[in-house]
Design a protein. Structure first.
Length: 104
């Protein structure tokens, strides 16, 4: 039964057992492999969007007209927001890995 449940989540049996115990004791969440892959995909997409915004900002700044200031400022806000989201995703993944490694 444990093997079947672990297989449903795509994780090893020991990890499923640890997750069950942790969840019962502290209510901690266990990322499945699918969850981790989804978060890694979101992180990569945010990085790509941030790179594109940086390039757009450079191009607009180089050829700026007097009315472009608000647009450039908005691009900078979006760039910063994507950076914060990437950091949050990375922190979640690292926190989950650290938990399973027994690190603080």
């Amino acid at each position: 039964m444990i093997d079947r449940e672990a297989a449903k989540l795509g994780i090893p049996r020991v990890r499923w057992i640890r997750g069950l115990i942790a969840n019962r004791l502290r209510g901690d969440l266990l990322f499945t492999r699918a969850d981790e892959l989804s978060l890694l995909g979101l992180h990569a997409e945010a990085r790509a969007m941030r790179t594109e915004l940086a390039a757009l900002r450079r191009d607009l700044t180089a050829a700026a007209t007097p009315g472009d200031g608000k647009l450039i400022a908005r691009i900078e806000e979006l760039h910063a927001a994507l950076g914060r989201h990437r950091a949050a995703i990375r922190a979640g993944l690292e926190g989950n890995l650290n938990y399973w490694r027994g690190e603080p």
